[in-house]
Design a protein around this ligand. Structure first.
Ligand code: COA
Length: 178
């Protein structure tokens, strides 16, 4: 049985292999200190009885309106907008192609709905690696024209956005009422 929960300090991360060395290095060396020491983001892991099968890292962030796809800019104000950043997502090679990536993505969309109800969230933003653009597009993420001075990562990632309205429609969940 697979459980999705926040990373714990003593979780074994050494044997995780997604096929992307940068993502594996992040998970093994930086996810813990970012979460437990610096509080910069939270990593959620999908675990079975003994192994970590996947992880997703999220952080609160903000974007300017011109960092959003033109189709969702309408009516939004011109000050920094709160969003949830999906910073990293990876599935161990042994578990890829079995629906776990989608399960972690849906988990993040639920976090965004929770954030929207608690303190505001315009949507989820992700810097998609070239190989993963089609994965996010499949679930309605729209590509954003990169603004100058963007990421130095090579190959350049594609910033993509899914609005909270689209998330509500997809998840069929009303915003939490107080
Ligand atoms: C990309 C990744 C997260 C997808 O996770 P996964 O568990 O393998 O994917 P799932 O089994 O949940 O797939 C869900 C759907 O997305 C599709 N899909 C999966 N990976 C895809 C990709 N790279 N491009 C397009 N579609 C993809 C699947 O075919 C499936 O569609 P279906 O339901 O119509 O069959 C995973 O393969 C991975 O970790 N890859 C290496 C690291 C990486 O690229 N991370 C993303 C960085 S931004």
């Amino acid at each position: 049985m697979i459980e999705i929960r926040a990373l714990r300090e003593h979780d074994n991360r050494a044997s995780f292999r997604s096929g992307d060395p940068d993502l594996d290095r992040f998970f093994q060396q930086f996810a813990g200190q970012n979460q437990f020491r610096h509080h910069l983001g939270v990593t959620y892991v999908a675990v079975d009885d003994q192994d970590t099968l996947g992880f997703v890292t999220v952080a609160a962030a903000h974007v300017e309106i011109d960092e959003l796809p033109a189709a969702v800019r309408r009516k939004l104000p011109h000050y920094p907008l709160p969003v949830l950043r999906l910073a990293r997502l990876a599935i161990d090679q042994s578990a890829q192609g079995q629906g776990l990536g989608l399960q972690l993505l849906r988990f993040v969309l639920r976090l965004a709905l929770q954030m929207a109800g608690d303190y505001g969230c315009a949507g989820v933003i992700v810097d998609a690696k070239p190989d993963a653009v089609a994965f996010y597009a499949k679930y309605g993420f729209l590509a954003v024209q990169p603004v100058e001075g963007g990421s130095d990562a090579r190959p350049a990632p594609t910033p993509m956005f899914l609005s909270i309205r689209a998330i509500r429609a997809a998840m069929g969940a009303p915003l939490k009422k107080r």
